[in-house]
Design a protein around this ligand. Structure first.
Ligand code: SF4
Ligand code: FES
Length: 231
């Protein structure tokens, strides 16, 4: 039996959707072009790339929300285009671009499209360029963590590794040193190196073979520090 549909309003249009569907999924199914890199049906909501920002109306006006973290509920009123949305998405896109180059060219195409859309949007002077995070001449952001390019820290690989019960991957460190690490511990079950599940959901192509190769060998093996050191 199909679930009864609920009414939401998007950009002024009344629409019907399945209740409790992630708003990002619903909007895309309805044909609204919402960018996003960290959401994947198999790895759950991450809310990490901030490209899917939309605005939701409440008693106090419009507030910015990640569409991937919101669920459809009756009466939800959403807008997908506004100067504020463009500005927030373009900030996110610039930070993500600073993590390139990416093995998967579609990532840069999407990020540049977000910037182009923001430029065309009507935000004339309301959010001055000076407020944007600075990019250096070589295209790397001043605040880029000390980690190899190509990973946007979206967390899909962790979501997949956890979802299939292997629990080999985790976020380690904080701030500039936030990174994905290959970990050992009591919740760590099964061998890494055979399933390649993380590779299948990585949007940027950073993982070429498996999590162990990508994160243990390339990223976090420091001279004098055991490979399985948690941080
Ligand atoms: S390795 Fe890929 S899936 Fe994992 S955080 Fe980086 S970009 Fe995302
Ligand atoms: S898709 Fe929503 S924050 Fe990345």
């Amino acid at each position: 039996m199909t679930e009864p549909r609920i009414r939401i309003t998007v950009d002024g249009q009344p629409l019907q959707v399945e209740p409790a569907l992630p708003l990002l999924t619903a909007l895309r199914a309805l044909g609204f072009p919402i960018p996003g890199l960290c959401h994947h049906p198999r790895t759950g909501e991450q809310g990490r790339c901030s490209l899917c920002i939309v605005e939701v109306r409440d008693r106090d006006g419009w507030r910015a929300e990640h569409a991937c973290l919101l669920r459809c509920e009756p009466g939800l009123t959403v807008r997908t285009v506004s100067p504020h949305i463009h500005q927030l998405r373009s900030w996110a896109a610039r930070l993500l671009l600073a993590r390139g180059p990416f093995n998967e060219p579609a990532v840069e195409v999407m990020l540049r499209a977000v910037l182009a859309a923001a430029e065309k949007g009507d935000n004339g002077g309301q959010y001055p360029d000076a407020a944007l995070p600075p990019l250096s001449a070589d295209g790397t952001d001043a605040a880029t963590p000390a980690m190899p390019p190509g990973c946007i820290l979206c967390g899909r690989c962790i979501g997949m590794c956890t979802g299939i019960g292997k629990n080999k991957l985790a976020f380690l460190g904080r701030g500039k040193r936030l990174r994905i690490g290959y970990v050992h511990g009591p919740s760590d079950t099964g061998a890494c190196g055979t399933c390649h599940a993380c590779r299948g959901v990585c949007p940027t192509g950073f993982i070429r073979s498996n999590g162990q190769a990508a994160f243990s060998a390339r990223l976090y093996r420091r001279r004098g520090v055991p490979r399985n050191n948690g941080d």
